[in-house]
Design a protein around this ligand. Structure first.
Ligand SMILES: Nc1nc2c(ncn2[C@@H]2O[C@H](COP(=O)(O)OP(=O)(O)OP(=O)(O)O)[C@@H](O)[C@H]2O)c(=O)[nH]1
Ligand SMILES: Nc1ccn([C@H]2C[C@H](O)[C@@H](COP(=O)(O)OP(=O)(O)O)O2)c(=O)n1
Length: 228
């Protein structure tokens, strides 16, 4: 695409540097959004998008789109997701990377929702894409998550919003995903999100240094509108 800076004439330049797709996202601002099933990751991401214009990429939605396409790969994924298990790491990572590249030119930053699900997923992401500047940890009680997902299941049409699979997803979250939070805490980039009822005067915000918002609360706690 471009020519090296030492070359004054692109037509005669024999050593053209072709910017790979990877280059498009190598300096991207990346925020991981982690929380249990039904904790409200998607809901909070929409608020951040509305306020700050980040690009929201839900790994679960990307996987469901592949299932909906009816592809062979989608059929394999559906079987895994219906059981509440994790899909192969490379599959979800490739999908996220492709989606990031597709939006790279217009994106101010990426909210990667529902990823990483396990420490290994985070490590591979960093090897293939880059490091996150922040991890938003959406905390919610187990019983709250179950209640919400059972309610959502009445209309969502999601094959995994049933009692048996919800239990498995929750177990897997505690076993595999909570260690992710500890892993990134040691780097000092975790911001725990506490959901409070929407009251005038509260706002949903990230770190003021990150996005110019107002940080409310102590110890880097992020307060966003939500409720039990
Ligand atoms: N009462 C209440 N419900 C909420 C809140 N946030 C989200 N919900 C509902 O809880 C359900 C789950 O919210 P999502 O935003 O889809 O949660 P998620 O963590 O993205 O869930 P997955 O898509 O399963 O990963 C939805 O039906 C939401 O409408 C909240 O603060 N209070
Ligand atoms: N990074 C990811 C994201 C989702 N998955 C699989 C496993 C999850 O149960 C399903 C649905 O993910 P989604 O984030 O939409 O939903 P939950 O947080 O599980 O409620 O997809 C995965 O294996 N790896």
């Amino acid at each position: 695409m471009g020519c090296s800076v030492s070359c004054s004439n692109s037509a005669s330049c024999s050593r053209q540097i072709v910017h790979s797709d990877d280059d498009k996202i190598k300096d991207a601002k990346i925020i991981f959004v982690v929380g249990g099933p039904g904790s409200g990751k998607g809901t909070q991401c929409e608020k951040v998008v509305a306020k700050y214009g980040y690009t929201h990429l839900s790994s679960g939605d990307l996987l469901r789109a592949e299932v909906a396409s009816g592809s062979e790969r989608g059929k394999t994924l559906q079987a895994i997701m219906q059981k509440g298990e994790l899909v192969p790491l490379d599959t979800v990572l490739d999908m996220i990377k492709d989606a990031m590249i597709a939006k790279a030119d217009v994106s101010k930053g990426f909210l990667i929702d529902g990823y990483p699900r396990e420490v290994k997923q985070g490590e591979e992401f960093e090897k293939k894409i880059g490091a996150p500047c922040l991890l938003l940890y959406i905390d919610a009680k187990g019983e709250t998550m179950v209640k919400r997902l059972m309610k959502r299941g009445e209309t969502s049409g999601r094959a995994d919003d049933n009692e048996e699979t919800i239990k498995k997803r929750l177990d897997l979250y505690y076993k595999a995903t909570e260690p992710v939070i500890a892993f990134y805490s040691s780097r000092g980039i975790v911001r725990k999100v506490r959901l409070v009822p929407l009251v005038i005067g509260y706002c949903h915000c990230l770190n003021p240094q990150e996005v110019g918002g107002t940080l409310i609360g102590e110890n880097g706690l992020v307060v966003m509108a939500g409720a039990e």
